[in-house]
Design a protein around this ligand. Sequence first.
Ligand code: ITT
Length: 205
Amino acid sequence: MLKNANDSIAKLQIGNKSILFITGNFHKFEEVRSILNPIGIAVGMLRMKGKEVQSDHTKEIAENSAIEAFNRCHLPLIVEDAGLFIYALEGFPGPYSAYVYKTIQNRGILKLMKDTQNRKATFHSTIAYYNQKTGPLLFEGEVEGELTLTERKGDGNSGFGFDPIFQPAQSEKTFAEMTQKEKNKLSHRAKAVNKFAEWYKKQVQ
Ligand code: ITT
């Protein structure tokens, strides 16, 4: 498996602005790729499931995942840890977002929030970059918003995960009602990726 991955990586490293995104989530990869590719940073997706540390902070999870992934593939890479933090639920599901989405999904979240007036929530993203020289470097992004009363997908990109129930503060639409371009103007992930890109472009001229 790693041999095949290395073959594709060799093809990817045509210029020196190329990195791997270690993720099993193709939606996340697409969002990140659509920001990095147009500014000349090639990014390849590698699914490589490692051990994820338990922590309340996306920072710690992303940093540890980057170290673990680098120890296995020895190539410049990014990983991202993201989560939805709901105020009225003391930050739940936060670092447990993937598990909660898989088990109770959006319907379950809306049920938990039934009769709750305070619908404020924050999406948080930490991108961790790792290469031999720099070690782990962290870039963060956040977006404030509200949970909707029902799932709303519209004819946007339909999004993924909690997108149909999250409406950012600066918008009338949920993330799922937006095109990818619209989501990338506001999202936690786009903010973290843009910070990373700004730093990365200065390193690799
Ligand atoms: P990795 O392989 O990259 O870890 P993942 O899907 O487990 O993929 P995260 O741990 O970063 O990704 O995110 C946890 C969950 O939070 C994710 O599965 C979604 O359900 C939800 N989530 C994260 N970012 C989201 C976004 O932009 N829109 C909607 N839901 C999101």
